[in-house]
Design a protein around this ligand. Structure first.
Ligand SMILES: Nc1nc(=O)c2ncn([C@@H]3O[C@@H]4COP(=O)(O)O[C@H]5[C@@H](O)[C@H](n6cnc7c(N)ncnc76)O[C@@H]5COP(=O)(O)O[C@@H]3[C@@H]4O)c2[nH]1
Lengths: 179, 179
């Protein structure tokens, strides 16, 4: 089951490494970005999981109420022979329906790009009908893993994006602001 | 099958993105590193795949004939909402048995870190006996994918590391230099 392995890989190879350092990254960011708008308690990484696995590389392409603001400070780790591999997150300024700005660290769950592309490669072994199932399996497996993880507690929010409101041009910003 | 998905993820999320730009990276590197020792035709990314999935984060810890030299120039790509995500490779200076230096871009196949850690997590669903099988499946799946990939042709070398010579302190450098 591809989704099961991708959820473990996303945790063991990424979230487990970056989430424990998130608070420190935010503190450094606030010190250097005095004009940023943060809600107390929203210092989490918001992880978007669209059910159709259709991921955009730039959030502002999805919703014009979303603008890239800046990156959190980089983390550099020696990983599997790559010296100083860089891990970073993007902070976006998201406007609500009344035009008020909120800043948040948000990104899509990158492994869904793999799920999407695999469903299009004939030799990869699964097609579009199974893809939705695999996304749900990814979401549930990731939820279970993260709930057991003490070091990642309260550092993330998984946001499952169902596709009923995709015709609303501000669907993404509204969804992000609910969390 | 976890290894199957990890091989596709490694290709779709990494090798397919970085291998086509490798030649250009090497050219820039040569211009700024006039003292580097390259063998004509060795401008490939060497990818180490140890059968026991036991990966070191720093190659010099494995063999003192290997030293980190410098990183190839960074690539920055917007990926799944992360703006300017950094992709880089490490160049190592590897000495042969007569002390002559050779420079190469080499790294372990990072997904093997996930395979190794999953085999240790009880809730992940597979144990040490299956791990070796999974590494072989990863290797073969990756080989098949890369052989079909026109844009990655001649840009990589997969090196399967069997564990018979692990008592030789220069096993890794000798193996790298054979390729
Ligand atoms: N958003 C995000 N930012 C990151 O920096 C990052 N790094 C990893 N991941 C995701 O976590 C999981 C585990 O990563 P791992 O390194 O074991 O596998 C990685 C790794 O083997 C290789 N790879 C990707 N980026 C790099 C890189 N910069 N350097 C070396 N290898 C890389 O290709 C695999 C798939 O990558 P992604 O498909 O981007 O998603 C990964 C994966 O789902 C990231 N996700």
């Amino acid at each position: 089951n591809v989704a099961h392995g991708l959820a473990w890989s996303f945790y063991l190879g990424y979230l487990q490494l970056v989430l424990p350092c998130l608070e420190k990254s935010f503190d450094t960011f606030h010190t250097s970005h005095r004009d940023s708008f943060w809600v107390r308690g929203s210092q989490k990484l918001l992880i978007l999981i669209p059910l159709n696995a259709n991921i955009s590389n730039r959030l502002e392409d999805e919703d014009n109420n979303i603008k890239f603001y800046d990156s959190l400070p980089n983390s550099e780790l020696d990983r599997a022979g790559v010296r100083g591999r860089v891990y970073k997150h993007s902070v976006y300024r998201v406007r609500d329906e009344r035009g008020k700005a909120h800043d948040c660290a948000v990104e899509y769950a990158t492994p869904l790009l793999t799920l999407y592309r695999m469903s299009q490669e004939r030799s990869a072994g699964f097609g579009e009908p199974e893809r939705r199932q695999q996304v749900l399996l990814f979401y549930r497996t990731l939820q279970d893993i993260l709930e057991q993880s003490l070091e990642c507690r309260n550092r993330y929010r998984l946001i499952l994006l169902k596709d009923e409101h995709e015709d609303d041009p501000h669907f993404l910003s509204k969804t992000i602001l609910k969390h």
